[in-house]
Write a protein that binds this ligand. Structure first.
Ligand code: ADP
Length: 476
């Protein structure tokens, strides 16, 4: 049984949770300890105790630890990628790539630890100097979802540690394996006991203690809108800094002048890879009438040819849905789409494979309208719809008519429309002729409207959330 890491000790849980493989529900990936409220408080206490020494340990020590974590992740990308794919269900290639990305993120922030800086300015008073420096926030709580079990924890934990904070990390219930493997690597990186703590367990118990603790000074969360809204309200009670990454209903606009091959590729990759379980997935294609028929036909052809199966089989392109609840939700939306009058062009049925898994044929709807629920609500599965429109202006209006604003794409060969789209699309990430999902690790990630709250994650912009600014005045 894999245990929690609290104050540098591997601690038995109050209960145990089985980690089940969604490609083969008869396979138990492992048994994982579940922390209770009092163990969570222990972890917070240990993190508070250890934080000052980490903050004053020097940037070289922090860079060395992060470099070591990153290097081990990169060296072990095959075996850890396989573990990730077994517990989450994305294909082995996707699992390996995600672990490699986590490694790159740690190495990036190893460098950032060394590049911390400040400003020295003259004061308006002649004898006085002003210095502006960045300091750690203190103890950071990190709560993550199941869909990127390595990369999302990495892009929160790495900057937290790089800038001298200590961490209490609660992964999603469905994917403790990747979280434990990451904690194991971090525990051997030379960081002092208590600086990094792993508390696997329920959101309503472990997560609740994290958000309510006055000792946690900042909380970085990725997950659903409902939980995010709740956490923001609770965090306000003790003035915690908060950073939320939530849902998306990302549009991909296809104009008449698009390169059809590129558009089809962006649509299929963006909507269905990783089983559509990405907050940046494009789940609505907004397509100009002149190219609409050809686009729908080519996407349908592509979707039909996708091979759905066990995540670890080399021919698999689309792995299973993560669990039974998510599968039920996906199937329900497919029913809703049919009842709303959209045309189910292909997919949407359960598939039988050699093993018992949550296999769903990717579902592609045509002739949807921007008003339909399948075009407005985040489904978080391999389900996408095409909405026909007349003009670019109409496409932009439909694209912007959403409570979300994470990622948005356009396929066009027109510089004029591409430029206009980048300026006027309400989103955090705008994509021209590339899929809405699949982002770089060294640049900011985040959205507008109901998708994100707080400052940006990743790249150099992460410093904003994981530090606080001090202004010092000195009279010589
Ligand atoms: P998802 O649909 O991705 O599972 P959730 O918002 O339900 O989205 O979960 C994201 C993370 O938030 C998970 O780690 C989950 O355990 C945690 N969580 C869920 N409910 C709460 C809560 N009330 N307080 C704190 N954390 C929570």
């Amino acid at each position: 049984m894999k245990r929690n890491l609290i104050g540098g000790e591997w601690v038995e849980g109050a209960s145990v949770r089985l980690n089940i493989n969604p490609s083969d529900i008869d396979e138990v990936v492992g048994e994982y300890a579940q922390a209770d409220a009092s163990q969570t408080l222990d972890a917070i206490g240990a993190a508070r105790h250890a934080q000052r020494s980490w903050a004053t340990s020097g940037i070289q020590a922090r860079a060395n630890a992060l470099e070591q974590i990153g290097s081990e992740l990169l060296a072990r990308q095959q075996d850890l990628g396989a573990l990730l794919s077994r517990e989450e269900g994305k294909t082995l290639a996707e699992g390996v790539a995600e672990v490699a990305r986590a490694g790159q993120i740690f190495r990036f922030f190893a460098g950032e630890a060394l590049r911390s800086g400040g400003e020295k300015l003259p004061s308006v008073r002649a004898q006085v100097d002003v210095e502006i420096t960045r300091e750690p926030v203190g103890v950071v709580g990190i709560i993550t979802p199941w869909n990127f079990p390595m990369a999302i924890p990495a892009w929160k934990i790495a900057p937290a540690l790089a800038y001298g904070n200590s961490v209490v990390f609660k992964p999603a219930d469905l994917v403790p394996g990747s979280a434990w493997a990451l904690a194991d690597i971090i525990s051997r990186s030379g960081i002092p006991a208590g600086v990094f703590n792993l508390v696997m367990g329920r959101g309503s118990i472990v997560g609740n203690e994290i958000v309510n603790s006055a000792d946690i000074r900042a909380l970085s969360f990725t997950g659903s809108v409902g939980t995010g809204r709740h956490l923001a309200q609770m965090a306000a009670m003790n003035f915690k800094k908060i950073q939320l990454e939530m849902g998306g209903k990302n549009p991909l606009v296809i104009l008449d002048d698009a390169d059809l091959d590129i558009a089809v590729d962006c649509a299929i990759q963006g909507a269905f890879y990783s089983t559509g379980q990405r907050c940046t997935a494009s789940s609505r294609f907004i397509v100009q009438k002149g190219i609409y028929e050809r686009f729908v036909e080519r996407v349908a052809e592509g979707v039909r040819s996708l091979s759905v199966g066990h995540a670890l089989e080399s021919t698999t392109q689309i792995g299973p849905v993560v669990d039974g609840d998510q599968l039920d939700a996906d199937l329900q939306y497919i029913e809703i789409g049919k009842q709303e009058g959209a045309k189910l062009v292909c997919g949407g049925e359960l598939l039988e494979r050699r093993t018992r898994g949550h296999f769903l044929a990717p579902a592609f709807f045509a002739d949807a309208s921007g008003e339909m629920r399948i075009a407005r609500e985040e489904i978080f599965g391999p389900v996408a719809c095409a909405v026909p429109v007349g003009t670019y202006e109409e496409a932009l209006e439909v694209a912007n008519d959403s409570e979300f604003g994470l990622s948005a794409g356009i396929c066009t060969t027109s510089l004029k429309y591409a430029t206009h789209f980048k300026r006027h699309m309400q989103c955090g990430m705008a994509m021209v002729n590339v899929p809405t999902a699949g982002v770089d690790y060294h640049v900011p990630f985040g959205g507008t409207k109901g998708s994100s709250y707080g400052s940006r994650e990743q790249g150099r912009y992460a410093v904003e959330f994981f530090t606080t600014v001090k202004t010092a005045y000195t009279q010589a």
